[in-house]
Ligand binder design. Structure first.
Ligand code: PEP
Length: 250
């Protein structure tokens, strides 16, 4: 019972060539996609431009999986927010746990990227979440608070409102283990209270917070039935058109 529009984002990670990506989107667009749920596909960089052209007149939005915070310069191998915005990218996933874990992304870096993406007129999907050890130590809330506060540092309430937060317990990503709907809802409610401390009750009531971690068509309805859960960031189950579309049926 809230007015937040659910957002289901498919994180394709390092999957799909440009041919596979465009085939996916062509097939997706043959279906009548519901307007009650916002759909976002997040292909690799090499597919963004081709996918963007196909999505142009559709209601499906486009996300990148990463971005650099500088607008240009001597940063070999990196891609700037402006380069993404120019080809029609709407969202950038920032601080995914795989980037934190394998590419040493810190809260400070996440914060720089979030700011830069907002300044460029795109929307960040900022990922937060505890590891298994942190959960077992009872540090779930502490970790989520730190990542949320540090990631949103220096932003105005108006800017914070534009951020989508993805709560992704690291132990549930790609493992087939998922948080219970109660646990996910409780932690997301807690993250919402952290946003309230930062940006006030109004922003906390409209900011969208997704759950991520082994979401699939079989469990999406459970999560979506919970007060604080506004959608999902989905890896594995976003890779086929059928499964991705079934995620909107809850
Ligand atoms: C993810 O990549 O953000 C994710 C949640 O992956 P999976 O759905 O495969 O667990």
């Amino acid at each position: 019972s809230n007015t937040r529009k659910p957002i289901i984002a498919g994180n394709w990670k390092m999957h799909k060539t440009v041919f596979e990506a465009t085939d996916f989107v062509k097939e997706l667009l043959t279906f009548d996609v519901t307007k009650d749920v916002e759909l976002v596909v997040c292909p690799t960089f090499t597919s963004l431009e081709s996918v963007s052209a196909l999505l142009k007149d559709s209601s499906v939005n486009l996300g990148a999986q990463n971005v650099h915070f500088e607008s240009q310069g001597a940063f070999t191998g990196e891609i700037s927010p402006g380069m993404l915005k120019t080809i029609g990218v709407d969202y950038c996933i920032i601080g995914h746990s795989e980037r934190r874990q394998y590419f040493q992304e810190t809260d400070e870096l996440v914060n720089k990227k979030v700011k830069s993406v907002l300044e460029t007129g795109m929307y960040p999907i900022m990922c937060v979440g505890e590891t298994l050890t942190e959960r077992e130590n009872g540090d779930t809330e502490k970790v989520c608070k730190t990542q949320t506060v540090e990631g949103l540092k220096g932003l105005t309430a108006e800017e914070i409102q534009k951020v989508v937060i993805a709560y992704e317990p690291v132990w549930a990503i790609g493992t087939g283990k998922s948080a219970t709907k109660e646990d996910a809802n409780e932690t997301i409610g807690y993250i919402r209270s952290v946003v309230e401390q930062l940006a006030g009750a109004e922003v906390a009531s409209v900011i969208r917070i997704q759950y991520g971690g082994s979401v699939k068509p079989e469990n999406i309805a459970e999560y979506m039935s919970m007060e604080h859960i506004d959608g999902a960031l989905v890896g594995g189950a976003s890779l086929t058109v059928k499964s991705f579309l079934d995620l909107t049926k809850f």
